[in-house]
Design a protein around this ligand. Sequence first.
Ligand SMILES: [Zn+2]
Length: 415
Amino acid sequence: MNDFTWLFLLTLALSTGVHLWLDQRQWRHVAAHRDRLPAAFAGQVTEQSHRKAADYTVAKVRFGMLEQLIGAAILLGWTLGGGLELLDSAWRGAGLSPVLTGTGFLVSLFVVGSLIELPLSAWRQFVIEQRFGFNRADPGLFIGDAFKQGLLMVLLGVPLAALVLWLMFHAGALWWLWVWVVWMGFAVLMIWAFPTFIAPLFNKFSPLEDQALVERIERLLARCGFASKGIYVMDGSRRSSHGNAYFTGLGNSKRIVFFDTLLEHLNPEEIEAVLAHELGHFRRSHIRKRFMLIAATSLTGLALLGWLIDQPWFYAGLGVSQASLWTALALFLIVSPTFTFFLQPLMARVMRRHEFEADDFAAEQASAGDLVRALVKLYKENASTLTPDPIYSAFHDSHPPAPERVANLMARVPG
Ligand SMILES: [Zn+2]
């Protein structure tokens, strides 16, 4: 225990407190508007779906409060509670080389962390999603997914952790710069590999068969200056009835993916408008800007870690008695979100501005009216609240509140 312990405890108490305060604001605000459908949506959303969205939002936010408390308890357990210390002495006792000891320690930390998280995500899927009719997965599929994710974590995590630790041991004073280069390379590799190798492990992707829709999409792509590298339908309905669409990948692996559940609910004009919004994120350089933001943040973080690693109070203050490169890395990864929590409103603000810009792009390249109709259908199908608490939304939401987003688009409907 030292001064840093107190700073950590104070920050953890403050971030947990702010989190819970925002959650209860959202809970109360949504519940208070349960019987008051905003006028802008009258006739498009029924009173019944509005009430369902309120109940679903409240159920999720209440469970989120419990998760927040559990997360804080787990973090305390790993640090001051001696969890990391225990795991570290177990791996040190195995008599492996330092790089392998550290790799085993880091990978087992993340595997244990995901095992603890598993019952929470099972509750979300089989209790909350189930209650509101969104769950389509059975326990077999859920366990299979968890197993595959764990295996992927080990297969990708072992070489990555070993390489990072090797650089920390052997690359000299500027190791953090080299680790950053490796980390960025890994991120780019994942963006490239995700659509081609990883996503197909969990879902089936089949080429979009509706020829009229394919031609409509290709006209839109040509208009926006994109080459089509494949338009796919994903069997999202295997797990959930929530719908979505995304545009992903890098170079030749770039592809457009529609969830089958999205195609079920939207007509071709609306699908085109949703895709135009996604293309807007590329054309307005949002993807590149977000990547650069992540690159800058991780460089700052690693430079900070490069300094912290030589500070004895950093380890002692967080419950680790024997300083090592891997415990420093682990402490940094699990503790830093507590401190960066307070930057979240800034990030959310940037994301919301990007959403408005992508909507404006869609209004130019497709139709604002169709995008509004698509959004309203998606809000309804996904039971998204139309009445979020303004402060909660400013802090957390990566998308503007429904009424603001629709109003911005309606101002762009011609005539
Ligand atoms: Zn968007």
